[in-house]
Ligand binder design. Structure first.
Ligand SMILES: Nc1nc2c(c(=O)[nH]1)N[C@@H](CN(C=O)c1ccc(C(=O)N[C@@H](CCC(=O)O)C(=O)O)cc1)CN2
Length: 286
């Protein structure tokens, strides 16, 4: 079996086209969606991601502002900037790029963002809304994974067993909640799981979100399973790679996401979707 690729760039193109249409319609009614992107420090990867986010905003017709600060910015100063953006009517979504420098408590900063503008979906209010099925913003990476499953006809996951590898607040846990909301039977595995392969071999869907190469190999999945790779690592030659053994798994899985070109671009796409939603909610509430 050679797995079919789930192409995050192609799906992003389609979804971003839909966002651009919604943005044009809302702008014609007098409200242009606006996103504020805040970067503290000079992490090279973060610089690429924020640049790509601003460019993506331009492409779909959003207003965007990029606020860059050097790593000496204090926590109090950052909290003051967030508060100012909370009160800025031209801004409907705020994201503070992670990771933040060590002297800043990222939890404190995320909680300072208004839940109405929390387009990253990281606020406790957003996580709680997802947990109980209320209106909120979904974390972009797992939301993108759900859209990728939907694109291969896996929207209602009734009868399917999904295994998530990883339990982070920004990917693993919300991923599990979204899969559950789509009626999957969900198992969350992590560094304390005794026999990972015994779990993943039972899965119809495996989502790997650990941040470590080769956590999932061909002998660990059943033939025909769907593999979603959230990882973003470098191999020995410095080439970008995910968490799974792509070469081995593509001979066993029915569908697999590549790295690069899979979940990464979908993360930015879902940020646009959330910002669009935030602007539409603002318009509806006015
Ligand atoms: N505030 C946030 N911080 C971080 C998030 C987030 O969702 N919100 N996620 C990650 C980084 N991230 C977005 O910010 C992100 C990572 C990767 C990609 C991406 O498109 N990757 C490309 C490859 C890019 C490259 O060549 O380096 C791909 O996979 O094709 C987009 C967004 C941590 N921080």
């Amino acid at each position: 079996m050679t797995a079919q690729l789930i192409d995050g760039n192609a799906l992003s193109k389609q979804l971003r086209g839909e966002v651009a249409q919604r943005a044009a319609a809302l702008t014609a009614k007098g409200l242009k969606p606006g996103l504020a992107v805040v970067l503290v420090g000079d992490n090279p990867a973060s610089q690429v991601y924020v640049r790509n986010k601003v460019k993506a905003c331009e492409d779909v017709g959003f207003h965007s502002v990029l606020e860059k600060y050097d790593a000496t910015l204090s926590e109090a100063e950052l909290l003051a900037r967030v508060e100012s953006l909370n009160n800025d009517p031209s801004i409907h979504g705020i994201l503070v790029q992670l990771p933040l420098p060590k002297h800043i408590d990222d939890h404190k900063v995320i909680e300072a963002i208004s839940p109405l503008k929390d387009v990253d979906g990281f606020h406790v209010a957003s996580a709680g809304a997802l947990m109980v099925g209320e209106v909120g913003f979904k974390a972009c990476t797992p939301y993108g994974c759900m859209k990728m499953l939907e694109s291969i006809g896996m929207k209602d996951l009734r009868g399917k067993h999904a295994v998530v590898i990883g339990r982070s607040n920004i990917v693993g846990k919300p991923m599990a909640m979204m899969l559950l909301a789509a009626n999957a039977t969900v198992t969350i595995t992590h560094s304390g799981t005794a026999d990972l392969g015994a779990m993943t071999r039972q899965a119809d869907i495996v989502v790997a979100a650990v941040g470590k190469r080769n956590v999932l190999t061909a002998d660990m999945v059943k033939p025909g399973a769907v593999v979603i790779d959230v990882g973003m690592n470098r191999d020995d030659e410095g080439k970008l790679c995910g968490d799974v053994d792509f070469a081995g798994l593509k001979e066993v899985a029915s569908h697999i996401t590549p790295v690069p070109g899979g979940v990464g671009p979908m993360t930015i796409t879902m940020l646009l979707v959330n910002t669009m939603e935030a602007a539409e909610r603002t318009f509806a509430a006015a």
